[in-house]
Design a protein around this ligand. Structure first.
Ligand code: MN
Length: 289
């Protein structure tokens, strides 16, 4: 499927398949769209879950995500609009504002809450769950709270701007560091009709999710994505992205090194074996997080 261009030795990625998210609710009743971690796409190694939240009706988000645990993976919150207050059982607290990213490595365990700090207005963003390799699942918890102004924005081509959250693009490096799966997380903004080639680590698993407008990705059979479409990408070291449909287009492009390890999942615990899940539940109940 990926076209091999003999003169450049680059291999271009295409869209392997398109997945639509599923409306659901989580936390204390927050309405969201689950795109990864649902029947149509159980996971995309190392990515376990992708939720999009977007509502200007406070009843959809006001209940938030009260105190809950995590073990064995990382939660990544990218805010596009609104404010979320984060706090945990170790005394850490922070405010996630529009344009910020929080990369939380839960490791051996954290108990935290994620609550809206607004009573009205638009709340929009993504939460991505990234798996940890077996050797890092019981590491000490760690946060990378990145304010909006620390995320570099690069112009890749006329009418194409990209914010680099983690990984490299256009000669700049994103501020999130030392992540086991060596991820790339980009937020792309394209003016009507604009086009650019994006560099993607060749052997990483990757997806793109269109959250505004329409995009053409590569030139395969399933190349045109509408708002709310996730495209699972074939392998390759480049992706050609264009804005189609006559308007501006916004999408996230995320890639990560697959772990190829067994996955045992139980709610907010993601380990390698069922025995480790039992231990996680016991440790949590005994207050050992
Ligand atoms: Mn959480």
């Amino acid at each position: 499927m990926a076209n091999v261009h003999p003169v450049s030795s680059s291999s271009y990625r295409d869209v392997l398949r398109i997945v639509r998210g599923m409306p659901t609710s989580d936390g204390a009743g927050v309405k969201l769209t689950r795109v990864i971690g649902q029947p149509a796409l159980d996971m995309l190694d190392p990515f376990l879950m992708l939720d999009e939240f977007r509502s200007d009706a406070s009843s959809d988000y006001i209940a938030g995500f009260p105190s809950h645990p995590h073990r064995g993976f990382e939660t990544v919150t990218y805010m596009l609009a609104g404010r979320m207050r984060h706090g945990d059982n170790q005394g850490n607290s922070g405010l996630l504002t529009a344009g910020s990213v929080q990369w939380m490595t839960a490791g051996r365990g954290i108990v935290h809450s994620e609550m809206p700090e607004q009573e009205a207005g638009l709340m929009q963003g993504f939460q991505l769950w990234v798996n940890l390799p077996a050797k890092d699942k019981m590491t000490a918890p760690r946060y990378q709270d990145i304010a909006p102004e620390r995320i570099p924005e690069v112009q890749l081509a006329p009418g194409v701007k990209v914010r680099v959250l983690v990984g490299e693009q256009g000669g700049v490096r994103g501020p999130v560091e030392n992540i086991a799966t060596d991820p790339l997380y980009l937020d792309l903004h394209l003016d009507a009709g604009a086009m650019a080639d994006i560099d993607v680590p060749a052997s990483h698993n990757a997806f793109a999710y269109v959250y505004e407008g329409q995009a053409k990705l590569g030139d395969g059979a399933s190349s045109e994505l509408l708002r709310g479409d996730l495209g699972v990408l074939t392998r390759g070291d480049k992706l050609q992205v264009s804005a189609i449909g006559g308007g501006t287009t916004r999408l996230i492009l995320v890639a990560g090194r697959p772990l190829n390890e067994p996955v045992a999942k139980y709610g907010p615990f993601v380990m390698n074996t069922q025995q480790q899940i039992i231990e996680a539940v016991e440790d949590f109940r005994a207050g050992r997080f």
